[in-house]
Design a protein around this ligand. Structure first.
Ligand code: ATP
Ligand code: MG
Length: 200
């Protein structure tokens, strides 16, 4: 059976739903209330650092177009690195349940990553598909893929299935947090409450 490495919370949601926005606000709130033992890790950043150091990519948006077997190897290296960070910190991992590649949906948390991280909790950050489409089109900071509202909806539904499949392996719970337009602070407050609910 997969073993807990410490307190690890995996926060997922489809690109542009607002994970990083909600987590930055959550961390600010957690630190304001005196919790300085929380470490926020972006899985994609750890993967990107691994891939860049190997000369595979130059920017983040090239990551999802790497051959899936290369993505899997980079994914595994990142999981080992992150599990090591949970020895003396609460680790919050900002990541994706599924990555949309030209070859189909690639699990962001395949069995070996789920086992390596063995998180206490999986959080799914969600919003209405129309809200996500709007955020993507307005987000000038990133080079985002265009996806129809119907495809966004399907992607989000499949992430729910993937979350439950992961939780079956690790014995973790799954929680959905809604991040509606203009409500990132509310989503952050709900997220902080969850982190505090897991003492050990
Ligand atoms: P990725 O998976 O690509 O890293 P993400 O889920 O981390 O995406 P963010 O980068 O946090 O998404 O947010 C995407 C865009 O949506 C940003 O421009 C952000 O300002 C905006 N956004 C996030 N949450 C909300 C919200 N509740 N209301 C309105 N806009 C939001
Ligand atoms: Mg992000």
């Amino acid at each position: 059976m997969a073993e807990r490495k410490g307190r690890i919370f995996i926060v997922t949601g489809i690109p542009g739903v607002g994970k990083t926005t909600v987590l930055d606000a959550s961390l600010e709130a957690a630190r304001a209330s005196g919790s300085d033992e929380v470490l926020l890790v972006n899985y994609g950043t750890v993967m990107f650092e691994e891939a860049k150091s190997k000369g595979l990519v130059e920017n983040r948006d090239q990551m999802r177009n790497l051959p899936s077997e290369v993505q899997r190897e980079v994914q595994r290296l990142a999981a080992e690195k992150i599990a090591g960070m949970a020895k003396n910190k609460i680790v919050i991992v900002d990541t994706h349940m599924l990555i949309k590649t030209p070859e189909g949906f690639l699990p962001g948390i395949p069995i070996w990553v789920a086992e390596a991280l063995c998180p206490n909790l999986f959080i799914l950050v969600e919003a209405f598909p129309e809200e996500i489409a709007g955020r993507r089109s307005r987000d000038a900071a990133r080079n985002r893929d265009l996806e129809s509202v119907k495809d966004i909806d399907l992607h989000q539904q499949l992430c729910r299935s993937a979350a439950i499949a992961c939780a079956e392996i690790t014995g973790s719970t799954v929680k959905i947090i809604m991040n509606h337009d203009g409500k990132a602070e509310e989503a952050a407050a709900e997220t902080v409450k969850l982190f505090k609910a897991f003492k050990r």
